[in-house]
Design a binder for this molecule. Structure first.
Ligand SMILES: Nc1ncnc2c1ncn2[C@@H]1O[C@H](COP(=O)(O)OP(=O)(O)OP(=O)(O)O)[C@@H](O)[C@H]1O
Ligand SMILES: [Mg+2]
Length: 257
């Protein structure tokens, strides 16, 4: 039986979909079967980021309304860099969100569907939409745990703290903070927090990952490709994936400096 993890933030544009695909790729590289579930009805993006885009016919609402079987709506992602000789990981799949927001799958249905999917995958990663409305509830209600994203700025950190309270209200206890798009120079210049411990304290969530601003990662994912070799963002996400699997991976030294 697999485990369902919601990737959420409250505030939009902090990197939930990027982190979902990154964690998916990293867990698949560890030999796991991983299902990405795009919960952003009407504004879906995981199809493009995961490289599955060209193949889509059905989505999660087709499964729920009986228009197709779950297997017909689940697509393998292009995890290998097809331009290079060396292979790449297998095991990453996508269940797309509906193209129209009216077809959003509601929380009670997600509570039934996600445990069924967890029978067939080691990890089910639920990419939450921005905000804390029905889409967020639908993504979070069936999760066993959460990765809460924020940037190192006071607005998104406050949003992460609000989301923590909402997730607690849904009964979720296991939460990890992913501080994304970290840039030390900008962080110091902004001066909103004394240090990263200040960010963690304000969010009230234990740190699961510190992901640097990494344009090479963003550019590769936006083309549906894996991150380039040695991408610092992908290395941080891979360490986060190992922690999600229970490994005790220390934070990198630059976190402390
Ligand atoms: N670590 C990073 N370094 C550089 N760019 C990043 C990083 N993480 C995300 N981005 C970029 O930030 C933008 C927003 O990312 P993304 O779409 O993953 O956010 P989101 O939280 O899913 O947004 P939404 O709330 O709209 O769903 C994208 O252009 C993405 O490429
Ligand atoms: Mg997104």
């Amino acid at each position: 039986m697999g485990i369902a993890t919601v990737i959420t933030s409250g505030k939009g544009g902090v990197g939930k979909s990027t982190a979902s695909v990154g964690l998916g790729r990293a867990l698949a590289a560890r030999g796991r079967r991983v299902l990405l579930v795009d919960c952003d009805a009407g504004l879906r993006g995981l199809d493009r980021l995961s490289g599955a885009e060209d193949d889509l016919v059905y989505d999660i609402s087709d499964v729920v309304f009986g228009r197709c079987s779950p297997a017909q709506a689940i697509y393998p992602c292009r995890t290998r860099d097809e331009e290079s000789e060396d292979g790449g990981e297998e095991g990453l799949f996508l269940l797309p969100a509906p193209a129209k927001v009216e077809d959003m799958v509601r929380p009670p249905v997600m509570r039934r569907l996600i445990p069924l999917l967890c029978r067939y995958y080691d990890h089910v990663l639920l990419d939450s939409p921005a905000g804390v409305g029905t889409g967020f509830q639908a993504a979070a209600c069936a999760a066993d745990r959460a990765v809460v994203l924020c940037g190192p700025d006071p607005v998104s950190v406050r949003s992460a703290s609000s989301v923590r309270q909402l997730l607690s209200g849904l009964g979720l206890k296991d939460m990890r903070l992913m501080i994304n798009q970290f840039d030390r120079g900008l962080f110091r210049e902004t001066g909103a927090f004394r240090d990263l411990d200040g960010v963690i304290d304000a969010a009230g969530i234990r740190l699961g990952a510190l992901v640097p601003l990494d344009r090479s990662l963003a550019a590769a994912f936006l083309r549906g490709k894996p991150a380039p070799e040695g991408s610092p963002g992908m290395l941080a996400i891979s360490r986060a994936a190992a922690r999600l699997e229970g490994e005790n991976v220390p934070m990198p030294a630059w976190y402390l400096s």
